[in-house]
Ligand binder design. Structure first.
Ligand code: ADP
Ligand code: MG
Length: 311
């Protein structure tokens, strides 16, 4: 349940107003704020500490939980259907909340199409595979198309305009902007009931802004921070995070797959699930989960049509 900031002990009308103006709408937003952030808003470090502690108490946040509570918490993981039966089976029921799912593949392999589809699927009621929630779409390549959303929404039985209203869109112009958008998004996720966060593409800005070996360390450090930030949000708000990634050629590979995902170890360790997409004949696409200890190496196919992504 969403708890308003005013219900936090020690927060009166005036303080509540200040918090809301700064984008802290719920007790959860405050509970996970840093002391520094709140000090700047409230003008007192002591008061910030006290209010954060009250908010944490209010939402039942303590540093230690029993393993049983962890088990219960993990059962709180929810799933968003991809709308493709074969793909859902591959993923064990759909895209998970509290996790980062990475879609990696060459240009035209269907990453952006799947992101569009998931932004609609998340809106469906639970018995239809959704979370009855909204999507937040961070677009770095200017490939988001509202017209495509309307097309797919119609096929899934949603009102096309309503479906558009349930997607919050942000265009990210560079990697710093991208990280800032994600940081800011924390303040609306619970209030707006966002169940899915899409970053399409996660790596494109980072790769173009930090080219070559000499920038590698700095790039990876920033990317690492960004992924940690996303994972934290997914966990705190029980939301699903879907990111797209490019493939790069490995010039030194003579046997096996000459392509590998960009982003190196940082993404390999950061992404909870990694899905590799490939082009088949015409509109057929092939998906495979890789790097997962829980999923067998298996391939499934799907198609991209007017209706969206289908079996
Ligand atoms: P990626 O993001 O991996 O580069 P996309 O998700 O943009 O790739 O996929 C592009 C593919 O989707 C193209 O092959 C295109 O033909 C197909 N596609 C896009 N829109 C439609 C549509 N309305 N009907 C059928 N196919 C479509
Ligand atoms: Mg794309």
């Amino acid at each position: 349940p969403v708890i308003d900031v005013e219900e936090i002990e020690g927060v009166g009308r005036v303080t509540a107003q200040k918090l809301r103006e700064a984008g802290y709408n719920t007790a959860r937003d405050v509970a996970f704020a840093s002391v520094k952030e709140l000090s700047d808003i409230l003008g007192s470090e002591d008061r910030a500490k006290q209010i954060i502690a009250s908010a944490q108490k209010l939402i039942g946040l303590t540093p230690f939980i029993t393993a049983y509570e962890l088990y219960e918490k993990r059962r709180g993981i929810r799933r968003i259907s991809t709308g493709v039966r074969a793909l859902d089976e591959l993923l064990g029921g759909g895209i998970e909340t509290k996790a980062i799912t990475e879609l990696v593949g060459e240009f035209g392999s269907g990453k952006t199409q799947l992101c569009h589809q998931l932004s609609i699927m998340v809106q469906l009621p639970e018995d239809k595979g959704g979370l009855k929630a909204k999507a937040l779409y961070v677009d770095t390549e200017n490939t988001f198309r509202p017209e495509r959303i309307m097309q797919i929404a119609k096929y899934r039985g949603l009102d096309p305009q309503e479906a558009l209203r349930n997607i919050l869109y942000a265009r990210a112009y560079n990697s710093d902007h991208q990280m800032m958008i994600v940081e800011e998004s924390k303040k609306i996720i619970e209030k707006e009931n966002i169940g899915l966060i899409v970053i399409d593409s996660l790596v494109a800005h980072f790769r173009s802004e930090y080219p070559g070996r000499e920038n590698l360390a700095e790039r990876q450090q920033k990317l690492n921070h960004h992924i940690a930030q996303l994972l934290r949000i997914a966990d705190i708000y029980n939301a699903a995070v879907v990111v797209t990634n490019q493939v790069v050629a490995q010039p030194d590979v003579f046997f096996g797959n000459p392509l590998k995902p960009a982003g190196g170890n940082v993404i390999a360790h950061g992404a909870t699930y990694r899905v590799w997409l490939r082009k088949g004949k015409e509109n057929v696409r092939i998906a495979k989960i890789f790097d997962s200890p829980y999923h067998p190496e298996r391939e499934v196919t799907f198609r991209i049509t007017e209706e969206g992504v289908v079996d």
